[in-house]
Design a protein around this ligand. Structure first.
Ligand SMILES: *Cc1c(COP(=O)(O)O)cnc(C)c1O
Length: 338
């Protein structure tokens, strides 16, 4: 079989940058529980498999979210949960609908699962447009990557209500937005919300994410996912952070959002017009993202570049970290602006 054009390896940001503002991870430090768990990790038995579906982690997540354990599925990052959801509910040639622009990995996962992927621009009649195209799976991301915009809750509920298929709501940045669609889970059986330990929670290296939804839906995702996807250590670290580090997460979320607003104001002084964001990154439209990225790189800063985004054009997505990092980024972008 010849691999389809969508089956390409993910492009990592080129190494060698002192400051990496490209991947929206928590740049403010590491959760306090990590050191404690790793120091006592010499007694962890890695000769045995972890539990097949990470029951203890699911219990900790259920307590964290305030739902029943039967409504939780975990995975090797939320990427794994998203991918498994497409496999569970999408047959080849089924339609996957997402917004344009939105999380780039969905096009890849959809393509690998043989789905047709359609990206539609956001608008007032979004719910009607989606309902008319009767997708097997609708993917919504709020706050949206790469724009940072939250979708109105009523609009998401309308999409869920009018959809005959499954609706995925990706809440990778929920901690920064402070609004969630979790209430929908108690009213509708066709919605799955995904979240991650990789962003606000500061555990990207652990590769842990989760999905929450109706038990029948979640168990199909789990069956499509397969057993043993979360390692023994990753499960322990995730449980410890969920149970002990809520204050640390909240502190960093507050820091990130305050720094984001300060960074946005400084960008505006330079003549840029960053999009309003409810996440830990800003999307900054630029004339030429190749040139702007190169300028950042020359200043030792890695950012994520986008070309010709629908309704936006070229743009850089910049993760918000401690202020000295943002100052370096401003220095590099000042060169662009002048
Ligand atoms: C980062 C990100 C993810 C993936 O997170 P992992 O849990 O690390 O796989 C999922 N969705 C969105 C929108 C993201 O930005």
């Amino acid at each position: 079989m010849t691999p389809s054009p969508t089956m390409e390896r993910y492009q990592e940001t080129a190494p060698g940058c002192h400051v990496d503002l490209s991947d929206n991870t928590n740049l403010f430090g590491r959760p306090p529980s990590v050191a404690r768990i790793l120091e006592s990790a010499s007694n962890v038995d890695l000769t045995r498999y972890p539990s097949a579906y990470s029951g203890e982690l699911k219990a900790a997540i259920a307590r964290h979210v305030g739902i029943d354990e039967s409504m939780v599925v975990v995975g090797c990052g939320s990427d794994d949960v998203l991918d498994s959801t497409l496999r569970a509910f999408g047959a080849p040639d089924d339609l996957l609908v997402q917004l344009d622009p939105s999380f780039s990995m969905m096009k890849v996962f959809g393509g690998v699962s043989g789905l047709r992927v359609e990206a539609i621009p956001p608008g007032d009649d979004l719910a009607e447009t989606i309902a008319r195209s009767t997708p097997a799976i609708t993917y919504l991301c709020s706050p949206n990557n790469p724009t940072g915009a939250v979708l109105p809750l009523e609009m998401m509920e309308q999409i869920v209500r009018e959809s005959s298929g499954i609706v995925i709501i990706d809440e990778a940045y929920v901690e920064f937005a402070g609004v969630t669609s979790v209430d929908l889970l108690h009213k509708y059986g066709n919605v799955i919300i995904t979240r991650t330990m990789s962003k606000a929670m500061g555990l990207a290296g652990c590769r842990v994410g989760f999905g929450i939804g109706h038990p029948a839906l979640v168990s199909r995702v789990e069956a499509a996912r397969g057993p043993y996807k979360v390692s023994t250590l990753s499960e322990r670290l995730s449980i410890a952070v969920l149970e002990n580090d809520a204050a640390w997460v909240a502190e960093n979320v507050a820091l990130a959002t305050a720094t984001r607003e300060r960074f946005a104001r400084e960008l505006e002084v330079l003549g840029y017009k960053p999009l309003p964001s409810s996440a830990n990154f800003l999307l900054v439209p630029v004339a030429n993202s190749g040139q702007a990225e190169a300028d950042c790189r020359a200043g030792g800063i890695a950012v994520r570049r986008f070309e010709s985004l629908a309704g936006i054009g070229d743009a850089l997505r910049v993760t918000v970290g401690p202020w000295p990092m943002m100052e370096r980024c401003l220095d590099a972008l000042r060169a662009q602006a002048s």
